[in-house]
Ligand binder design. Structure first.
Ligand code: 13P
Ligand code: SF4
Length: 348
């Protein structure tokens, strides 16, 4: 092997070791942990993608639900939808590679329209964003004149464009509580809408929540019995759930919050054992970053998020196909942006 080959081999070894140091404690979908060999197989693509990122002045944002080879191999930043949208708004890179689902990549484009926004997974859906159309929201508004429309960030750009304020799982309760109106329309998560009504009542700011849409195919599966079973099997366990779960599940849990909120709860807690009724990607992050703590499920899998891979991330950088590139009409960008700016304003 000549010198260049030796140097390249050393880089690969170093990268494979770095990945294994992080991923060796992380579960795969089949319940096994990442092996040294799997990290070794990922290392060449990881190195190539990181090199391409520099050459093309691109930034990679990855939602925590994407696979850990993306999160720890190539992402410049990973987190929940609120944190990622802030990063998308602030970046000075020419290209944003958004490893997530389609509505998230649209949000990045809305917030930074002069950038090229590319999603490795192409038009990866979301059962929430796909649950309601712009026309249905307009019909709801017409039936309730003057009632503000809050749209969960898991919604299409078209739906954001006809909504007053966008919200995320991290700020929905605070923003709704601040509104002076006693009635609001909330789309497209029927379960979060019920959780919102309950939380507003609990805070002493009751409001009527008019809801339409659907549910998250990952979080709507959980039942209160899942929480009860965890408590029986592991006395003293702390159970964390997402506000996309049924209200009965939220009522039985110790903590209800966004992926970021759950991470902060684990970071601050002295506890060593946590029940996480949420997507496995978040669990993977916690396994990598809190090796002294243990996490039990049942964990869910968002098959849309898992469509992002190292291979299609490299394609997104090298030669994206039209279905990977986010294009939105200027008037949709302008109107949808207002609902996001209202969220940032009200989160201050
Ligand atoms: P977060 O807002 O917590 O990132 O959640 C996004 C999501 O899709 C949850 O299912
Ligand atoms: Fe949509 Fe649920 Fe997947 Fe989140 S986990 S992207 S809400 S389907």
């Amino acid at each position: 092997m000549h010198l260049a080959g030796v140097a390249q081999q050393a880089l690969l070894d170093q990268e494979a070791h770095r990945l294994y140091g992080l991923l060796g404690s992380v579960s795969r979908q089949d319940g096994t942990k990442w092996t040294a060999e799997q990290c070794w197989q990922a290392a060449p693509l990881v190195l190539r993608i990181n090199q391409l990122k520099k050459e093309k002045n691109a930034v990679i944002l990855a939602h925590s639900y994407t696979t850990p080879d993306l999160v720890y191999g190539v992402a410049d930043f990973s987190g929940d939808s609120y944190a990622l949208s802030r990063k998308a708004a602030e970046t000075s890179a020419d290209t944003i590679i958004f490893a997530g689902v389609w509505f998230m990549a649209e949000t990045a484009k809305i917030l930074n329209p002069s950038k090229r926004v590319i999603i490795p997974a192409g038009r990866a859906g979301c059962t929430l964003a796909d649950a309601i159309t712009q026309e249905e929201v307009c019909a709801l508004k017409a039936g309730h004149p003057g009632v503000p429309v809050l749209c969960y960030v898991n919604s299409t750009a078209d739906v954001k464009a006809v909504s007053d304020i966008c919200v995320t799982s991290g700020n929905v309760f605070d923003i709704a509580a601040k509104l002076p109106q006693k009635e609001l329309i909330f789309v497209p998560d029927l379960l979060m809408a019920r959780n919102l009504e309950i939380e507003l009542q609990r805070r002493g700011t009751p409001k009527k929540v008019i809801a339409a849409g659907g549910s998250c195919c990952v979080h709507d599966k959980y039942k209160p019995e899942n929480v009860a079973a965890l408590r029986r099997q592991y006395p003293g366990i702390k159970v964390l759930v997402h506000p996309e779960c049924h209200p009965e599940v939220c009522a039985a849990a110790d903590y209800v919050g966004s992926t970021q909120g759950m991470t902060e709860y684990v970071a601050k807690s002295d506890g060593k054992l946590f029940g996480l009724l949420t997507e496995q990607g978040l669990v993977n992050r916690l396994e990598a970053e809190y090796k002294d703590k243990k996490f039990v499920g049942p964990f869910g899998i968002c098959s849309y998020m898992k469509l992002n891979t190292l291979t299609n991330t490299m394609k997104a950088l090298l030669n994206p196909s039209p279905d990977q590139v986010v294009e939105l009409a200027p008037d949709v960008i302008e109107r949808a942006r207002k609902s996001l700016e209202n969220m940032f304003e009200m989160s201050r």
